[in-house]
Design a protein around this ligand. Structure first.
Ligand code: S6P
Length: 503
């Protein structure tokens, strides 16, 4: 593969884009040669700032996706493009796949998602004549000629977990890592890659899973600690080294849109900050406090006010500079004893015979699972989840707008129209919706709009009354439970199959 003429591009939105970044960074590091152009590149909707903060709106823009792809592939003759959309729903990715399908002489498009094609999103997209499902079907048609490929094991992902950070994100990592490593073995080491090699990697991931969850008691203790901290309005800080630092930053950043968390409830830091990230746009710390990510920044800005209620979690491996880890731990210990570590060593992950797989990739996966469990569990304990639904989500793009309406329908049994009107009342802070309000794009909202709408519908009350009810119950789950138990309306949840499926 000549890097002057060829390129592999991984692209996605939100967590899918963050996983694309992580995979590309590790892969380029593995194959790097002096003065050689990089073989692999990533695109994340919203640019590098989306790695640390929720930039959900660009996800809705198919033309933007196509433009960004066109730009990074300028002058290339062969491009392997992998568009990742766990829920088979992101218009940004659909626009890119459509662009590839129109230029099959240069592009070989791959769609990675975790829904069957018939369940891909079929809602109209912004300024666009096709929808995601159309593109997925065209991909399937081209697959017959081996011009395009659809990888879609059905793993639950978005539709069930409500967030690709959990199921879809890990599966994305396992699948694409296997493909990239197989390509590396074949192209750079002259090895024949068989289906058995690939399934050996999947099996290795299963063993990582077993090893990780064999520590469920320790994990439960950490979830408990983190939950207590959040309930006390204290913080959880992940202090990570190398790519484990990226895993920490990713997990922390997803808590904002998923659980309606503040950016500093759970925060990640990485050794050497942006120098270690090696992202395309470089140091972004000028963008604001969410972008201040180095260990030194932690020491300068957080450590002086660290309290015993804050949870400190170090993430490192035996390959890191253990003197540095110890020195930082000593500094932290002077302020708090609430210090924990997820530390990986070789002994714990001795998996025989698998040559393709590096220890680091397994450690990343294990860390991801631990952190996803800790941050999710902590937010459950904080009351951000009601009957397994992450009801305090941020309504920041069309997918989340639709998800919000689905949640309202499920809990109230009311029609889609009624639920949408209640959501709009909460979004626009009014009981009287105008025509403009019902027809505009409205997904730019960071307030607790879904719980407010839920209370309005269930109690048949005004916006002011719903807000007052929420103010009286600072824990969202308690507010919603109280509303259901006091409401005269029958308390029921609509069966799943009676609500339109979410792609
Ligand atoms: C993360 C959250 C989103 C998704 C993004 C892409 O907690 O759920 O940021 O990652 O919307 O989703 P998908 O289905 O296209 O991979």
């Amino acid at each position: 593969m000549d890097p002057e003429e060829s390129l592999i591009v991984l692209s996605g939105c939100g967590t899918s884009g963050r996983i694309a970044f992580l995979l590309v960074t590790s892969f380029n590091e593995m194959v790097k040669a002096p003065k050689q152009k990089q073989i692999c590149s990533y695109i994340i909707a919203g640019g590098d700032r989306a790695m640390l903060t929720s930039q959900e709106a660009p996800e809705d823009d198919p033309a933007l996706g196509a433009r960004m792809l066109d730009k990074i592939c300028a002058g290339k003759k062969h491009v392997l493009f992998v568009g990742i959309s766990c829920g088979m729903s992101a218009p940004f990715v659909a626009g890119q796949l459509d662009f590839c399908l129109k230029h099959l002489d240069v592009f070989t498009p791959v769609l990675l998602g975790f829904n069957p094609v018939h369940m891909a999103r079929s809602e109209p997209m912004q300024d666009c004549s096709f929808h995601f499902k159309d593109v997925a079907e065209r991909m399937i048609a081209e697959q017959r000629h081996k011009k395009a490929f659809v990888l879609n094991p059905v793993l639950g992902a978005e539709a069930i977990s409500g967030s690709s950070r959990m199921k879809g994100g890990s599966a994305t990592k396992i699948i694409l890592e296997s493909i990239l490593l197989a390509g590396h073995e074949a192209a750079f080491r002259g090895k024949r890659v068989t289906p058995e090699c690939i399934s050996a990697w999947i099996t290795a991931s299963e063993m990582v899973y077993e090893t990780t969850y064999s520590h469920s008691d320790e994990l439960a203790a950490l979830i408990h600690q983190a939950g207590e901290s959040l309930q006390m309005k204290a913080h959880v800080y992940y202090i990570g080294w190398q790519t484990l630092g990226i895993i920490g930053l990713t997990d922390a950043s997803e808590c904002v849109p998923t659980f309606g968390a503040d950016f500093d409830d759970i925060r990640g830091f990485i050794n050497n900050g942006f120098r270690e990230m090696k992202n395309k746009e470089g140091d972004l710390s000028f963008l604001g406090p969410e972008f201040v990510i180095g260990h030194k920044d932690f020491v300068d800005t957080i450590l002086p006010s660290l309290s015993q209620n804050d949870v400190m979690l170090f993430l490192f491996t035996v390959n890191d500079d253990l003197h540095e880890v110890t020195a930082l731990a000593d500094q932290v210990r002077r302020r708090t004893s609430n210090l924990h570590a997820i530390a990986h060593d070789l002994e714990k992950f001795t998996i025989p015979v698998i040559v393709m797989v590096s220890h680091l990739q397994r450690w990343e996966l294990s860390t991801k699972w631990c952190l996803n469990a800790i941050s999710t569990g902590a937010h459950v304990l904080k009351g951000k989840v009601y009957m397994n639904y992450m009801i305090d989500l941020r309504v920041t793009n069309s997918k989340l707008y639709r998800r919000a309406i689905n949640i309202l329908q499920r809990f109230t049994g009311c029609s889609k129209g009624e639920c949408e009107r209640a959501l709009l009342r909460a979004i626009y802070s009014t009981d009287d919706l105008s025509e403009d309000m019902t027809s505009a794009d409205v997904w730019k909202h960071t307030d607790v709009v879904v719980p407010t709408a839920l209370v309005m519908i269930q109690c048949g009350c005004t916006l002011a009354e719903a807000r007052h009810h929420l103010d009286c119950h600072p824990v969202i789950r308690d507010a919603v439970s109280a509303c259901f138990s006091s409401s005269k309306t029958k308390n029921f949840i609509k069966p799943l199959d009676s609500v339109e499926a979410e792609p």
